[in-house]
Design a protein around this ligand. Sequence first.
Ligand code: SF4
Length: 222
Amino acid sequence: MPEQPDPRAAEIYRRLLAAYGEPTWRPFYAPMDELVLTFLSQNTSDLNSGRAFGALRARYPTWQAVLDAPVAELADTIRSGGLAQQKAPRIQRALRRILAERGEFNLDFLANLPTEEALRWLTSFDGIGHKTASIVLLFCFNKPAFPVDTHVGRVTRRLGLAGPKDAEEKIKGLWEGLAPAAWFYPLHLNLIRHGREVCHAQRPECGVCVLRDACEYPQKPQ
Ligand code: SF4
């Protein structure tokens, strides 16, 4: 973590904050809920995964009940989130492992682990990558993990902070070295917003972009 923020990162952080304000995400859930939501959110929209999560919580009063449910019934319950045949057994495998390792459905122990160790533990689950693991660590435990999704990756590459072929996992480490941890939450959310609203994958709107003069994207109109 840098003692002093990188000057370019600081400029980007300030301009996005001026443009979009202090962002707020959806309400945080308890860590176990966030973990299960993470499985449900793969390859679908927040709306669909939220629906699937609501249906799961409405049908099963406890995590033990989710674990004990027939897998076909669980898949049917979460079908609005898509890929239910894949996600239902993944969720049950994760619950089984957590119970076997921890003796309870509780992830509070992650708060006491170093961030890298907590990240390794989360990403050892089938279906959890660095992005979603970082979301759980940053949002639930306030740990210094910078989640990088496709929008954050694209904007960072176009700005020239990362190379054009740098993988999202590398970009995660890059932001963690450029910005202080206190910025991770707002910067992550504002970079996503910028990617969705202005720096689109196709035809970015460079003409109205607040980062334009700080951006090295070669196709940017002059
Ligand atoms: S100038 Fe264009 S490419 Fe660069 S960040 Fe802004 S929208 Fe994206």
